[in-house]
Design a binder for this molecule. Structure first.
Ligand SMILES: [Zn+2]
Length: 305
């Protein structure tokens, strides 16, 4: 699993990113050590439960760097990847809250953001069952990285969804002040069409990138169906229907989510869990396939310079 793969960018100086040079080194390492599964091999493996050995590359969030750097590198190597797209930015030309949080953290010291959130008594806007967890977290001996984690936890998990957009709007007004255009963050539908025609697999990553386990069944269903509908209409049907959970981890979805994905004939879905995929996973629980974060493997270190 990859997110930002790019060189240093002065517009977003503190962005957590995997440097493109390390990405290239990591591809060489995977090639030598494990090899890659072909696109056809992957589809057969999922649809017919055949064993295959090797690496599958996946890229989340529809980021511009996936077109600009990743896709170009994969093409050069005759490799393919799965690109998981949250569709709201393409449908409504809006930057997702999860990425507005990244922009904030990349430019503003996390402690400053924490102090601001404290001042507006952000705890009053939390989900009831998150307040205890929050108290525990705030007892930590905080380093800068801890503040970053805290900002992410507050804005992504603790805050009630009905308040989140407003709070992030206020943070932007206070700290960012400049309009960030969509193409600074995301690739375009044209890019996706080109990538699909060159053998890349395009999958769904919901519409609005929310924690699905926080939503009721009807809202979860909407997130999943709307995003597949949009991708099918814009790009045409895929020969394999894939999905991955926003944020990932077993806490980020529930049994209803897996049932919806099954009912919607999704061939497989990716979770985040540090182990290889087995044939048993594919046959018994195809909607929660394990996936490594690239930073858990050699040459995968994340920078925030
Ligand atoms: Zn994501």
């Amino acid at each position: 699993m990859y997110h930002y793969v790019r060189p240093k960018d002065n517009r977003f100086p503190g962005l957590f990113r995997h440097d493109i040079k390390d990405f290239i080194k990591q591809l060489d390492y995977f090639d030598k050590k494990f090899g890659f599964i072909s696109r056809e091999g992957f589809i057969n493996s999922i649809k017919n439960q055949e064993t295959r050995k090797g690496v599958i590359l996946t890229f989340d969030d529809g980021l511009i760097c996936h077109y600009k750097y990743v896709f170009q590198e994969l093409k050069k190597r005759k490799l393919w990847g799965i690109f998981f797209i949250p569709t709201l930015p393409f449908e409504e030309s809006k930057i997702l809250d999860v990425h507005r949080i990244h922009i904030l953290i990349s430019r503003i010291d996390s402690k400053t953001i924490c102090d601001y959130l404290n001042e507006i008594s952000i705890q009053k806007l939390f989900e009831e069952d998150k307040i205890e967890e929050f108290k525990e977290l705030t007892y930590w001996n905080q380093t800068n990285d801890m503040y970053t984690l805290l900002v992410k936890r507050i804005l992504n998990y603790f805050l009630k969804y009905k308040y989140r957009e407003g709070v992030i709007d206020d943070l932007f007004k206070t700290f960012i002040k400049e309009k960030i255009s969509l193409d600074q963050i995301y690739l375009s539908m044209e890019n996706l069409k080109e990538m699909k025609s060159e053998g890349m697999v395009i999958g769904s990553h919901t519409k609005t990138h929310k924690v699905l386990s926080k939503l009721n069944i009807a809202s979860q269903e909407k997130e999943i169906s709307k995003s597949f509908d949009f991708l099918n209409n814009g790009l045409g049907k895929m020969d394999i229907k894939t999905f991955c959970y926003p944020y990932g981890g077993f806490h980020s979805f529930n049994e209803h989510t897996e049932k919806i994905l099954d009912d919607y004939n999704v061939d497989c879905s990716f979770n985040v869990e540090k182990r290889d995929i087995t044939i048993t996973d594919i046959s018994n629980r195809p909607q929660a396939l394990p996936r490594y974060d690239c930073n858990q493997l050699k040459f995968g270190k994340t920078l925030n310079d």
